[in-house]
Design a protein around this ligand. Structure first.
Ligand SMILES: [Zn+2]
Ligand SMILES: [Zn+2]
Length: 283
């Protein structure tokens, strides 16, 4: 039976709802055999996820999702099979988290000016011990009853031109790819269809990504429509990039897609796991 891969998922270490161990248990229950935990800018959930994976008899891929700024846009680069003990990666991510907290404070100040006094505290409470993301702000504003769902919060408060928007400089693309690669990992462009780049920028992005050592793009993800699976499979082929698949799962009730239900990669794709020793026969 072919393995069921899900190479993009979040735990409560970033903006997911389930703890790393619960996420792994959930994935296993949904039939996933190979799961990557890819929390935003934080790899501290990996040991607990690894232990849970052994208990549930599934394979856990050590992952991370790094935010980068490219042409004034925020893109996400997933690192798969990174070494969680790599010092350069740990240090760089620690700096990103400090900058993230500064951004969160500025978002709080912006929202305070719009009459929402305690947004930073509220988001911090919802984030518990983890990094504060825009999703935590969104959940807090929904909790206050200001908007009906997190999607409308983004439109009304958190995008460019709105009070909670803060221009933020993330890591640059080359640095993120190099950090991932130097820690033994594979760099993957997360959900490329979500960036609304236009075809010229998309081609340039893929070209640059590859020239810095990027290896794969997500073709099948909950952010893509089936026609986009074909579109990105074609681009992957054109740029000799491998293809990845992941649900980008964030937790029960708040995700676009249930775990374990991803479509197969289009047949012309080279799976990102093709060269991974433990899955070499699974192509
Ligand atoms: Zn992402
Ligand atoms: Zn993600």
């Amino acid at each position: 039976m072919p393995l069921n891969f899900d190479l993009h998922a979040h735990s409560s270490v970033s903006d997911g709802l389930l703890s790393p161990a619960d996420l792994v248990a959930y994935a296993a229950a949904k039939g996933v055999n190979v799961l990557a935990l890819t929390d935003h800018d934080d790899i501290s959930g990996l040991p607990a996820a690894q232990a849970a994976a052994e208990a549930h008899n599934i394979a856990l891929i050590n992952g991370v999702e790094i935010s980068v700024t490219w042409k004034k846009r925020t893109l996400h680069i997933v690192g798969l099979n990174i070494d969680p003990n790599n010092l350069a990666l740990q240090k760089a991510l620690a700096l990103v988290r400090i900058a993230r907290d500064e951004r969160a404070q500025q978002m709080g100040e912006g929202l305070a000016k719009a009459g929402i006094a305690d947004a930073y505290q509220g988001a911090k409470r919802l984030a518990k011990q983890s990094i504060i993301t825009r999703v935590h702000f969104a959940r807090y504003l929904v909790e206050l009853g200001l908007v009906k769902d997190t999607k409308s919060v983004f439109k009304k408060y958190l995008v460019k031109g709105k009070p909670g928007f803060v221009e933020h400089q993330w890591m640059d693309l080359q640095q993120a790819i190099e950090l991932i690669t130097q820690s033994g990992g594979t760099a993957v462009i997360a959900h490329p269809g979500r960036y609304d780049l236009g075809s010229v920028n998309m081609l340039q992005l893929l070209h640059e990504f590859r020239s810095y050592g990027g290896v794969a793009i997500e073709v099948v993800t909950s952010s893509h429509t089936p026609p986009q699976y074909q579109q990105f499979a074609k681009l992957a082929h054109q740029f000799s990039l491998k293809s990845s698949q992941g649900s980008d799962y964030h937790g029960p009730g708040i995700s676009f897609m249930e775990m374990g239900r991803l479509a197969d990669l289009p047949s012309n794709c080279v799976p990102v796991w093709q060269d991974w020793p433990q899955f070499q026969s699974m192509q």
